[in-house]
Design a protein around this ligand. Sequence first.
Ligand SMILES: Cc1ncc(C[n+]2csc(CCOP(=O)(O)OP(=O)(O)O)c2C)c(N)n1
Ligand SMILES: [Mg+2]
Length: 352
Amino acid sequence: MAAATVEQGLTRVIGIDGAEDRRPDGLDDLALLGIHRSLVALRAYDERSVVYHRQGRIGTYAIFHGHEAIQAGAVHALERRDWIFPSYRESAIGLLRGLPAATILQWWRGHPAGWWSPDEVNVASICVPVATHVPHAAGLAWGLRLKGTDAVAVALFGDGATSEGAFHEGANIAAVTKAPLVLLCNNNQWAISTPLSTQTAAATLADKALGYGMPALRVDGHDVLAVLEAVRDGVSRARAGLGPTFVEAVTYRTAPHGTADDPSLYLDPKRVATEEERDCVSLYEGYLRRLGLLDDETAAAVREEALATMREAIEAAESEPLPGPELVFEHAYADPPATLARDLDELRSAYA
Ligand SMILES: Cc1ncc(C[n+]2csc(CCOP(=O)(O)OP(=O)(O)O)c2C)c(N)n1
Ligand SMILES: [Mg+2]
């Protein structure tokens, strides 16, 4: 990969459309099966969360069906010391770092237990404002470099995020400081109902990296191993002190933006059906089957384990007591003004 070039085609590892499968360097059978478990854990989390939302057990939820390959590919390209900066679309990525599913469900329930200390798992808080975590990730990555460690950071964000000022500020400062950062863009071709064609006039999102003097790679976001290889390339550059890399992982959002969205107003069902034929989990399972590493029985066992985790997690989340209304004020002031006591009384009486 040269200093500041954009590879225009979409790189793949899994044989799609009759191409040969490849095996990325350094991934033994165990590693390949670990990636499968991660994909299935994310799929189960997402599927069950939509059901829990419909049952009124969690709040509004950002569905990530079809984005699992981007998330698992990224995490499996990293070492445990490396940092992950997720957006709402990657809310459950911490599962792959050992965060309990109950903790993430609590986040979507608006429960105070739905938070973790980022430095315990090197996963930053879930970022809801579009792109504002990009400068945070750039700053943390720069700090890692200043401290003399060889750890890196990855920030995950969407196609729409690349139109936000925060993305550009973050990309620029990361490049200027040679921050060890991988900017991983999930190009699912929609920002809620805004299609990519009206989002940008750039030929590719990866082209935007050129303006900041960083190289970019474009991969098929349905292909977990292609994402892994690209992020791994970016991580190697970052560890070597060469600065940030932009990875555009191209996929297509076949699900609603979130549980509050009605995509029938703008998504073409025919396109959705075509994209679903290349579902990232099924594609990877096909690859493992061709390698003789997966059969029906193992696939069913992995899925059942993931579903059991979710059953236990929702039960654990729901059995945690709800906080009292005073929590709203508890961390707001070092010295609460006198009027707050009155407000709190009013709030309590509304709850009583
Ligand atoms: C700064 C900011 N502006 C607007 C919103 C409302 N909003 C939430 S998601 C979204 C679309 C983002 O699209 P994209 O970056 O492509 O990410 P995706 O949701 O497709 O993963 C918008 C505009 C927000 N959360 N933050
Ligand atoms: Mg998008």
